[in-house]
Design a protein around this ligand. Sequence first.
Ligand code: SAH
Length: 352
Amino acid sequence: MKLDIKSMTLPELRTAFQARNLPAYRAKQVFTWLHRGATRFADMSDLPKDLRATLAETYFITAPEIARKQVSKRDGTVKYLWRLGDGNCVESVLMRYRHGNTICISTEVGCAMGCKFCASTLGGLVRRLSPAEMLDQVLFAGQDAEMPISNIVLMGIGEPLDNLDSVLRFLELVNSPEGLNIGMRHISLSTCGLVERIDELAERKLQLTLSVSLHAPDDESRSAIMPVNRRWPVDDLLAACRRYFEKTGRRVSFEYTMIDGVSDSEAQARLLASKLRGMAAHVNLIPLNAVAERTLRPSPRPSVARFQEILERAGVTATVRRSLGGDIDASCGQLRRKYAGEEEGTEWKHGD
Ligand code: SAH
């Protein structure tokens, strides 16, 4: 069995090379090649030929294929569907903002969390991604789109905290000065609210932004749309967010999907405000992206505006998230579902 070399950190690579009596600087050379997107040892031209051959016998290099690519005509958002080494597919979305290019990456194939509004969880969890498979989304999307990537959000398919070890290793890789060198402050991690893992993450004192998918302020409504709430109710989750802020000094960001008749009442806005008051928090209101397989509908605009006004009046900062890529199924898991449902030979309109 060959080993996954791109999931290894530089110190690990050095140790492994030392054990083979290879000089440490070779580890750094290989690491640099990998993080520039090299997919074959044979291409690592500054390594001796026999070393390239030895490495190829010991290690493999992950290299996803682009199974589908869609470019939004409206805003230049690019959506990728990647085919991984074992044939499974995941998605990434590359968005252009004034402050830089942001990529939204997947952390798992499918998802076990079961949120009622989300397309990613419809087929359950298939498997977790390796650190290299997360890094590849950043490397190869940036390369393909010829766009330098400055920000990363872990908000694609999957629950990052359900794959915490690999996610932490991915963060170390992408943060490495010898690699992409993307600062922790340019990274956001989104979770549906696995309280124990939030505490574990807080212990690391990373400077990344924790983004919590709240979507409702009361247990009855939240449990109806998010099964995770039955295990960790709203108040437990908010207590963990406070602990996270105390440990890291980082303001927590809340995602709040506006669902017609489910999460958008004025009473819910007032309850949310009372629960977040005095907390270093920011709320992102996101109109639901209707998913074909689901019956839930987005809130009408006036309800969203009213909700925001109630929060702001109570001193809770809230923004209505600009929706990018609405014309290209850019919402979580939608492209993967569509692809799985397509018949062989169906025409795919590139760039539509
Ligand atoms: N599992 C993590 C990260 C992936 S989901 C989490 O739950 O946070 C990324 C975000 O998209 C979450 O806030 C999720 O609730 C939201 N989301 C999923 N489906 C959506 C939809 N149809 N419309 C709007 N937001 C959606």
